[in-house]
Design a protein around this ligand. Structure first.
Ligand code: NFS
Ligand code: SF4
Length: 676
């Protein structure tokens, strides 16, 4: 019976990724339920989807869906309000705000964990970890006014790395609970104009936690009931994520684990190996995964695996932990968010090790259908039905990592279901940190993004787009990411990717230099070929969207493209978004001056007034605004239109016409030449 039900849909309609389709078929044949089965049975609540349901007090839930315009002769219905009188605007704004809170809290709490580890490392109390990127440490020290030297005159000497790190760690940790003042990165790193704008609007964040707490308070029953005012605090909270927690975690992870440089890797379920012990590292915080990586390479561990009949240990990443491991060590990626159940369904995963965020609770049930051990490692994220919980402790991380790898190895002989690993994987080149892009495009000596700007001004590169964010089972898996990205490339827009979007691009072969000729317009193709980079640059995990902010700022500072991020010919998108984190990210991009378009659905459409404020009103205040477009190609076109609008404002629209004309001429000349 269960099997019959699970065959209700055609797997080919659920994903454009052949490995995913193959595994959904396997799941159906085995009668194992996946997210698509559940999505088929449960449709989203239309009122909740629009943000028009308030359940923040027990007099509700109150539903205030938009009212249709009356037909002629009919009486116009009145827009409902909540029992307390809350309008649709207030209800929708409050729900949106709480999504920003959820997302910012996830990033800022992740960041706190990294900062605490950093402190332990600085004090020599976290064996196995060390400070890897001294240059970045010093950069951070300068940001936080931690002196690099001590003494005066002839007595002046450099302070030790440890001492600098210890002082820096304390200063960073203070920012989480800080009550007044300004977050260091937010007040120092963006273009001057942006900093002034935020100060004038009163949205400069004071600390990482306080903005979230205040916003939760203000959206409690009967507090802030003016939607502009609610949104203002959303802006402050989102900035505390992008230019606060997320940026802190990105930078400290680089200090501890190394700043990514270009590295090649592989992606998709085909990276799993039938004759190896397969361990999937799934989640977001690279802290323990870094040690699992070390443990999996130790000769004793490899020997232990061989004793159990395996050829070795294969680590593979999933979700953002995958991005972190891939960027720094070239560890292959098994897949993005919607592939987590499917990895287990291959029958080849001996352990799935999860930390925090984007882990489906259904993993426990799927794991039970196979031999897979589901190991939770973070006390904040337990899953009912987990096989075991092995909590991370930074003081004994390497021993814990070894224990986890052994658990997986011990499980290798227990494989029972027929193993089927799709023979599908793709090579990738990843690791385009903001620093790497600077190096590749500007050279370390000039240390500038000017070459990129020069290409934008000259018209070979039309603009820059960030395509980021999740998968969503309501949208065919990966399809919107790919359609949008290809449309942008075709129009000479270079694409920066993170998170699950980056993985979608990788699975399509877009993260290779060869993709340039295949997918790009002539201008972008030429630039990519000259520099030897892919046209889609993988910048990391979702907290690494902060790298995009830094790259945008570097473009502004390099000159020639205006004086603020909102002047840049740039746009952002999350065509398959689903998480609260995506809303927080979207809003910090908007708050930083970026036109940001989401796909699928938008959680504020229950109030036309509030949505109009987000989509249009904000442009005047922040220079950036939201948008919703269900068709990914149309969405790309809207991004390009925005880019062109910015080019025109900068007075560089003519240059592009010239370039295109030149290229046309050159092609004609070449064509003429070959005829001779
Ligand atoms: Ni971002 Fe990365 Fe993926 Fe979405 Fe989840 S894994 S943090 S939230 S689903 S992109
Ligand atoms: Fe209803 Fe107001 Fe309570 Fe919300 S706060 S559930 S609108 S009574």
């Amino acid at each position: 019976m269960a099997e019959k039900e699970s065959k209700a849909f055609d797997p080919a309609t659920k994903s454009v990724d052949p490995a995913t389709v193959e595994m959904i078929k396997k799941a159906q044949a085995a009668g194992v339920e996946t997210i698509w089965d559940r999505a088929d049975k449960m449709k989203p609540c239309p009122i909740g989807a629009e943000g028009a349901c308030c359940r923040i007090c027990s007099q509700g839930p109150c539903r205030v869906p938009p009212v249709k315009k009356a037909k002629e002769g009919e009486e116009q219905k009145k827009q409902a309000v909540g029992l307390c009188g809350a309008t649709a605007e207030t209800i929708v704004a409050r729900n949106f705000a709480r999504m920003v809170c959820g997302g910012a809290a996830a990033h800022n709490d992740h960041s706190r964990g990294v900062a605490k580890l950093f402190k332990e490392v600085a004090h020599g109390k976290a064996p196995g970890y060390k400070i890897k990127d001294i240059r970045k440490l010093k950069q951070l020290a300068r940001d936080y006014d931690v002196p690099l030297t001590e003494g005066e005159g002839d007595d002046k000497k450099s302070r030790s790395t440890e001492v600098i790190a210890q002082e820096l760690a304390d200063k960073i940790l203070v920012e989480f609970g800080q009550q007044d003042g300004e977050l260091v990165f937010a007040a120092k790193r963006p273009p001057k104009k942006r900093i002034e704008l935020w100060r004038n609007l009163g949205v400069m964040p004071r600390g990482c936690d306080i903005e979230i707490v205040e916003l939760m308070h203000r959206t409690h029953m009967g507090v802030d009931q003016e939607y502009h005012n609610i949104l203002k605090q959303c802006t402050r909270t989102a900035i505390s994520d992008g230019w606060g927690g997320s940026m802190i975690s990105t930078d400290l992870q680089d200090v501890l684990f190394g700043c990514p440089v270009p590295v090649s890797g592989e992606i998709n379920l085909g990276v799993l190996k039938e004759d190896h012990v397969n361990i999937i590292i799934h989640g977001h915080e690279p802290v323990l995964p870094e040690m699992i990586y070390v443990a999996s390479q130790e000769p004793e561990i490899v020997q232990y695996a061989q004793n159990k009949g395996a050829k070795g240990v294969q680590l593979a990443g999933m979700c953002c932990s995958a991005n972190e491991l891939l960027m720094r060590h070239g560890i292959p990626t098994a897949g993005n968010y919607l592939q987590q159940e499917l990895a287990i369904i291959t029958g080849a995963v001996d352990a799935m090790v999860v930390d925090v965020q984007c882990e489906m609770q259904s993993l426990a049930n799927v794991a039970k259908c196979y031999h897979t051990k589901l190991i939770t490692t973070d006390p904040r994220a337990r899953i009912e039905g987990e096989t075991m919980h092995i909590p991370m402790d930074e003081h004994h991380a390497i021993e814990i990592a070894r224990q986890i790898v052994r658990e997986a190895i011990d499980n290798f002989p227990n494989r029972r279901a027929p193993v089927l690993i799709p023979d599908i994987k793709y090579p990738t080149v990843v690791g385009f940190s903001y620093e790497t892009i600077q190096y590749l495009l500007g050279g370390s000596i000039r240390g500038s993004y000017y070459t990129l700007n020069d290409n934008i001004i000259g018209g070979r590169v039309r603009g820059v787009a960030g395509v980021v964010g999740c998968n969503n089972c309501r949208t065919p898996h990966d399809s919107a990411h790919l359609a949008m990205t290809k449309e942008l490339l075709k129009n000479d827009v270079i694409v920066l990717v993170t998170g699950c979007s980056a993985m979608a691009a990788g699975k399509e072969g877009l993260l290779t230099p060869e993709a340039a000729v295949k997918y790009c317009g002539p201008g972008l193709a030429e630039v990519c070929e000259t520099v030897g980079i892919p046209p889609v640059l993988h910048m990391g995990s979702c907290v690494d969207n902060s790298r995009i902010l830094m790259a945008a700022t570097a473009c502004v500072k390099a000159g020639g493209l205006g004086s603020d991020i909102s002047d840049l010919p740039a746009a952002g998108a999350a065509p398959e978004w689903m998480s609260e984190k995506a809303i927080s990210i979207g809003h910090y991009f908007v708050s930083s001056g970026v036109y940001t378009v989401f796909g699928g659905s938008f959680p504020t459409t229950g109030s036309a007034l509030f949505t109009d404020y987000l989509f249009r009103g904000l442009e005047e205040e922040l220079g950036g605004m939201w948008d919703l477009e269900l068709d990914p190609v149309l969405a790309a076109k809207k991004m390009i239109a925005h880019i062109d609008k910015k080019r025109a404002a900068l007075g560089i629209d003519k240059a592009r016409e010239r370039v295109l004309f030149d290229m046309e001429m050159r092609r004609e000349m070449q064509a003429g030449g070959s005829e001779e």
